[in-house]
Design a binder for this molecule. Structure first.
Ligand code: SF4
Ligand code: SF4
Length: 344
C-alpha cells in the first residue's frame, strides 16, 4: 500500500515521468541499460513489454542505478514503478511489421526504421519492432508490402508472471474501435491486478470525443479510483517532430478529458491523466499555456532517441564520463518536459 500511496502522490503533484521502453521492444540488454540510465536521471516509471524476462531486465537496471547513484553524487527519489503494456489487436503499440512478397526491394524502409529492426535482406527482427509504422509510411504505394501481425499474448497467464517478475501496474492500449472487446480485455487486466493502479491508453483515431469519454466511464466502472489514463496524442509521434506541433494532440486530448469529464463529474476529479504520444520537451510548457493540468508524461521515442547512440557502451555498475553525460542530458530533458513555466 505504501508504494501505491507514493505513486498517487507523484501523480497528484504532476511529477510522474515514465520512459516507454516500447511494448514491442523485447531486447533485454537494451531495456536494462535504458532503465539504468533513466533511473539515474530521475525518471520514476518505466513501461515495458509484457514479458517476464523484460520486466526482470528493467528491474536489474533500476537496482544497479540505485547502487551506483551515491558514487555519482546523486540522491534518487521514488524507486521507479514498472508498468507492462498489453494491447488490443490493431493497436499500434502491440503489432509487428511483416514484409510480404509484394516487396520490390527498394530498401526505403531500412533507414526509416528507428530501431534498426529491418535487416539488409529485408526481414523484420521481431523483438526490435515497436510497431511504429514508419516502414509502412515510406513503402511505395505500388508495393504496399508491409502487413501487420498482432503480438497475441495470453493475458491471464502472462500478466501474473509479469507481476511476479516485478511489474507493479498494467496498461491496456485500447485505441481500437471495438468497445466491447476492449472492455472484456480491461476486465482481465483488472482481475489480474485487483488492488494496483491500472492504466488505459487511448487516442482519438477511432473515437469521437463522446465515445472517448464513454469508454473512460466504462473503464472506471470496473477499476474505480485505481484507474489511470494515458492520453495518447499521436502514438509514437515523438520521433517525427519536436516542439508544440508534435505534442499538441496529447494536450488537446487531456483538455477534453479535463473539461468534459473531470470538471463536470466529481467521480473523476482526481483521475490521473498522463500525456503521451508525441510528448517532448515542449509538453509541459504547452500544457501550461493551454491551462491543461496533467499528472505526468510518458515518453518513448524522444527519450530513447536521446540516449540511443551512447546506450550500447553503457555497462551496469560502471561509472564513467560517458555515463555521466548521458544521465545529465536525460535529467535535463525530464526536468524541461515536466516544467510548467510561470506565464506572464
Ligand atoms: S519502422 Fe517501426 S513498424 Fe517498421 S519494422 Fe521498424 S520498428 Fe517495426
Ligand atoms: S519500403 Fe516496402 S518495397 Fe521497399 S524494401 Fe521496404 S518493404 Fe520492400
Amino acid at each position: 500500500m505504501e508504494r501505491l500511496e507514493e505513486w498517487r502522490r507523484l501523480l497528484a503533484a504532476g511529477q510522474y515521468f515514465k520512459v516507454v521502453c516500447g511494448a514491442g521492444h523485447e531486447v533485454e540488454a537494451d531495456v536494462e541499460r535504458l532503465a539504468y540510465v533513466y533511473t539515474l536521471a530521475g525518471c520514476n516509471g518505466f513501461d515495458v513489454s509484457a514479458k517476464p524476462a523484460v520486466v526482470e531486465a528493467c528491474g536489474r537496471g533500476i537496482r544497479a542505478a540505485a547502487e551506483v547513484a551515491p558514487a555519482m553524487g546523486l540522491t534518487l527519489g521514488v524507486r521507479p514503478f514498472i508498468t507492462v503494456s498489453v494491447g488490443m489487436p490493431g493497436d499500434h503499440h502491440v503489432r509487428k511489421a511483416v514484409i510480404t512478397s509484394d516487396c520490390v526491394a527498394c530498401d526505403l524502409c531500412i533507414p526509416a526504421c528507428p530501431t534498426a529492426a529491418i535487416t539488409a535482406d529485408l526481414v523484420v527482427v521481431e523483438p526490435l519492432c515497436i510497431g511504429c509504422g514508419l516502414c509502412e509510411a515510406v513503402c511505395p504505394p505500388a508495393a504496399a508490402a508491409i502487413r501487420w501481425r498482432h503480438d497475441a499474448k495470453s493475458l491471464r497467464t502472462i500478466l501474473p508472471a509479469c507481476l511476479q517478475a516485478g511489474a507493479e501496474s498494467i496498461e491496456l492500449h485500447a485505441a481500437v474501435a471495438d468497445g466491447e472487446a476492449t472492455l472484456a480485455e480491461w476486465q482481465v487486466v483488472n482481475d489480474c491486478l485487483p488492488h494496483g493502479l491500472v492504466s488505459l491508453c487511448l487516442d482519438r483515431h477511432f473515437l469521437s470525443n463522446h465515445d472517448l469519454l464513454e469508454r473512460i466511464r466504462r473503464a472506471h466502472a470496473v477499476a474505480g479510483n485505481r484507474l489511470m489514463l494515458q492520453a495518447d496524442g499521436v502514438p509514437m509521434g515523438g520521433a517525427a517532430a519536436s516542439g508544440w506541433r508534435a505534442t499538441l494532440q496529447a494536450v488537446a486530448m487531456a483538455d477534453v478529458i479535463e473539461r468534459e469529464l473531470k470538471a463536470r463529474d466529481p467521480r473523476f476529479r482526481h483521475l490521473p491523466v498522463v500525456l503521451s504520444g508525441g510528448t517532448n520537451q515542449a509538453t509541459g510548457e504547452l500544457a501550461a499555456r493551454c491551462g491543461v493540468p496533467f499528472a505526468g508524461i510518458a515518453m518513448g521515442s524522444q527519450a530513447r532517441g536521446l540516449v540511443q547512440a551512447g546506450l550500447p557502451n553503457v555497462m551496469l555498475g560502471r561509472v564513467d564520463t560517458a555515463l555521466k553525460t548521458l544521465v545529465a542530458g536525460a535529467h535535463a530533458m525530464i526536468q524541461t518536459s515536466l516544467a510548467r513555466p510561470e506565464l506572464a
